[in-house]
Write a protein that binds this ligand. Sequence first.
Ligand SMILES: Nc1ncnc2c1ncn2[C@@H]1O[C@H](COP(=O)(O)OP(=O)(O)OP(=O)(O)O)[C@@H](O)[C@H]1O
Length: 597
Amino acid sequence: MTETLTFDDPRDRRIALGATGLLADFNRPELLAASDIRIAERVAELVHETSETVRLALALAIRSVRNGSTCIDLAELVTDLRSEDDELPWPDPETWHAEVVASPLVDADVPVMRAEGRLLYLDRYFELEVDLCRDLLDRGERPPPEPDETLLQADLARLFPGEGYAEQRAAGERAARGWTSVLTGGPGTGKTTALARLLAVLASQATAAGRPPLRVALAAPTGKAAARMKEAVAAVADAEGFTDDERTWLKALTASTMHRLLGFRPDNGTRFRHDRRRHLPHDVVVVDESSMVSLTLMARLVEAVRPDSRLILVGDPHQLASIEAGTVLRDLAAGWGSGPSSPVSHLESGHRFGGAIKDLALAVRDGDADTAIEILRAGHDAVRLVPGDDGLAETIRALVLPDAQAMLTAAQEGRVEEALRVLDGHRLLCAHREGPYGATTWNDQVERWLDTDAGYTLGRPWYPGRPVLVTENDRGLRLYNGDTGITVPAGDGLAVVIADEERRRFAPSRLGTVHTAYAMTVHRSQGSQFDRVSVLLPDDESRLLTRELLYTALTRAKESLTLIGSEDAVRAAIDTRVLRASGLAERLARALESSGA
Ligand SMILES: Nc1ncnc2c1ncn2[C@@H]1O[C@H](COP(=O)(O)OP(=O)(O)OP(=O)(O)O)[C@@H](O)[C@H]1O
């Protein structure tokens, strides 16, 4: 919703000082930020573009990227935003679009913006989208891999036996026959199981063909998700059907973040050591939690994969999209569709948790608010909705404090493993970072409660038992955004033990950006799961309250889920979709249609 407030404080940094005309009119919270205007004005000056409407389109394109879109459709944008605030002097979309297309921003040797059909792009995102689409199509146009059919059928029957594996077997077979595969499904639908068994099928083909052992890269957008994938693949290897060699091989696979796989470059934040000239050496590249991957990162990954390597993208397209611009997994699933020649397999059968959490997740995913409310009212042990109004602090205290105290005691007494177990036992998830519904607010509050209980102020910010969340990649320390750890006494001081396989320890002073982790944002929780999850829903006016946010939050819960908020907030979330513009799905579908695929 666009607030029509005028900025009362002239020092408000959201005000674009010096902006005049249309850009000044559109400089409103939720609409154009000062930075959108400043960048648009600077770029327009460089290409001698003086038209206010063209400058406005550029500023809106910059704003859209900031909000996760990779392009804008002026007609759609005007319709959406005018319905919320029709006082603004919106240009007529058709004339406006034509004016932008004819302007020196687009019609130049080195364009700043690109136009395609009704969509307008900043040049960089256009290039990324075109490159990604072309790379994927090129991969699809290569002659497909030629598996040993007899062996393939025998391995599929051995590794995906019977009716219980029928859906995964079909996905495994489809993937074994293509260079690129997309494996989608909600939590617990058996994606990792299918993946691990597929890897064994592929390894068996390599051995039969006398090729060296397959080099497999397992990667995920965050360190936490990568660690989870490695563990999950190793756990599948313990199940029936594998040979001893396959078990040993699967358990030895390592996983890393995508950034680490691609190789950081000190000179360039958006380029990597591996690219289209220096391909990754692996025969199979797997990306888990692909819904979190932005257009930029996916384009960089796909260009770095050898044309004759397998690329397997795994994820749940109904989850929140990447923090940066793009909705790649959703676009690929939509663009390729589910026809016989599509590389996309969607798993539907739930294998992990049945019951109320799954039913609720499906109702939310399908936009069925009535069923969701019915499930929440039914009095299930596993899911409940508690009001978030008057007794909010008491509710949160009851949900969070016992574990916080248990972590404190375990850490103080040196029981690190227990403290780490408690840490993964429960998490409070918030839509917002700041404010009354924000993770920071509640982390501070939990620490104040701990002080009250202890009868003195625990050291700040560091104290034994403080759970922490790493929020920036630190390649030197091999610490990644999303890693968690617990603070413990160490000699005269403190150390943070990271919840990774090696249980690495760091002095707090060596850590870069970390947050306290009793509560975290839903965005940051992607790629993690906890036994119990509590979700603090903001009021139904919050812009962040969307179906994707609610679905992502509740599917983090393995055993039980408490939603804190009103039925209205649940309904508002389910009825609100994240709107991100992207041309990738259409571009892919168009190209496939014209190639007759
Ligand atoms: N075909 C099957 N028959 C019986 N159990 C299965 C089958 N496939 C998977 N499972 C079990 O279901 C659970 C979830 O499977 P898996 O971890 O592969 O799902 P996932 O989709 O990868 O989940 P997540 O999205 O949480 O990573 C595991 O305990 C696994 O052993």
